[in-house]
Ligand binder design. Structure first.
Ligand SMILES: O=C(O)CCC(=O)C(=O)O
Ligand SMILES: [Fe+2]
Length: 384
């Protein structure tokens, strides 16, 4: 097999001159560790916000609005990361296998990417009902979410075109084919119970997925995005151990924006796979104080640009959470994006992910002027 060059990991191939000596010498030194408080960074980095507002975007029949492509000032920096990235293993406790890149994306690129994704992606606030102890309970997901992708049994077969009236919008057209036979479209009922038709991963997130695949030597078919708008947004203790991910799944998890604590604790003795599954119940899986004998709870204060790879037996044995945080001048109130890459093996994974991350409710979009997530329908009316 021929050796892949760094550029072959990214599509479309970047049209740029070979790196200068100056950029190469910058690559060999490790990325600066970001110790500044997030609030100060906003002032400093406002000047670094990309001036080349992306001219291009991608539209698809399943997207509520066209999704901007990454500006080259961000994508070029991301391409370079493969050469400098190095993670630290966290594996000294039983069944725990983490690789922590602190950070993977240095400042100011991480902050630019945070602002770009917050304003470019459609988000949802998913509501659903579960049965707990025989009673119906309404759940309001305490964060904004969105998801793109398709499980291993199917694939998007895409064509991308631009029209003369709108040369800056790539019109992505897809059919969903069987992976086992790409000539064959999936049966109309295959994803019938999905909350919405599966959505192809937009180029701005595909770029990050390609980087992650090259870095971790794993492949992923789903990109899930969480937006924690304030310290009151959270995700309770759970493990991503759904059967549709297969045994010992690798999950890569990016943090952008405000620093938030990521807690991990070993599952209580006797709890099997599927316990603490956030998909259906998102129940608190035991109290934070109870720890499995011989283990301790871990707190990682994840900062902007950090990436944590959870792999091996971690999901089967450990729970993780982003707890609520309150208080005046709370950094968490500045907003944080989390992006996870996963690989779902069967259609049940596709159904689960769209049901719990898109759902059937309204679309939200970041309003830069008001600095808040707003209903897209209202924003459209105002825009006229
Ligand atoms: O926001 C995070 O860092 C964690 C998100 C998470 O655990 C999940 O989406 O399953
Ligand atoms: Fe998780």
């Amino acid at each position: 097999m021929s050796k892949r060059t760094i550029h072959s990991f990214f599509s479309p191939p970047a049209k740029r001159p070979k790196a200068s000596l100056e950029t190469l010498s910058r690559r060999v030194s490790p990325p600066p560790v970001d110790k500044e408080p997030f609030s100060e960074r906003i002032i400093v980095e406002a000047e670094d916000t990309p001036s080349d507002v992306p001219a291009k975007s991608t539209s698809h029949q399943t997207y509520p609005f066209p999704i901007a492509d990454l500006p080259s000032s961000i994508s070029e920096k991301i391409e370079e990361l493969l050469l400098i990235a190095s993670g630290n293993a966290i594996n000294s406790q039983p069944h725990l296998d983490l690789l922590y890149f602190e950070p993977l994306i240095p400042q100011p690129t991480a902050y630019q990417l945070f602002r770009f994704l917050r304003s470019s992606l459609p988000f949802y606030r998913v509501k659903y009902t579960i049965t707990r102890y025989g009673k119906s309970v309404d759940i309001n997901t305490p964060r904004f979410t969105t998801v793109y992708g398709l499980d291993e049994t199917s694939q998007f077969v895409s064509t991308s075109t631009t029209t003369e009236n709108n040369p800056n919008v790539n019109q992505l057209t897809t059919r969903i084919a069987e992976t086992s036979n790409p000539a064959k479209d999936v049966a109309p009922g295959k994803y019938k119970s999905c909350a919405c038709p599966p959505r192809p991963i937009p180029p701005c997130l595909a770029m990050l997925k390609n980087l992650t695949e090259a870095l971790t030597s794993d492949t992923y078919n789903f990109v899930l995005v969480n937006y924690y708008s304030t310290g009151q947004d959270s995700i309770s203790y759970h493990s991503d151990d759904e059967r549709f991910l297969g045994n010992n799944p690798s999950i890569a998890s990016f943090s952008l924006g405000a620093r938030r604590d990521f807690l991990l604790k070993h599952k209580p003795p006797g709890s099997g796979p599927g316990n603490g599954n956030k998909g259906q119940s998102k129940t608190e899986a035991g109290s934070a104080e109870k720890v499995y004998p011989g283990t301790t709870q871990i707190k990682l204060p994840l900062g902007s640009g950090d990436m944590i790879l959870m792999r091996g037996e971690t999901q089967r044995n450990w729970l993780h959470s982003i707890p609520k945080r309150s208080g005046k001048n709370n950094e968490a109130d500045k907003g944080r994006i989390n992006i996870t890459m996963r690989k779902a093996m069967v259609p049940g994974g596709t159904e689960n992910y769209y049901q719990y991350n898109v759902g059937t409710g309204p679309v939200y979009r970041w309003d830069e002027k008001r600095a808040e997530m707003r209903l897209w329908e209202e924003m459209k009316l105002e825009r006229g």
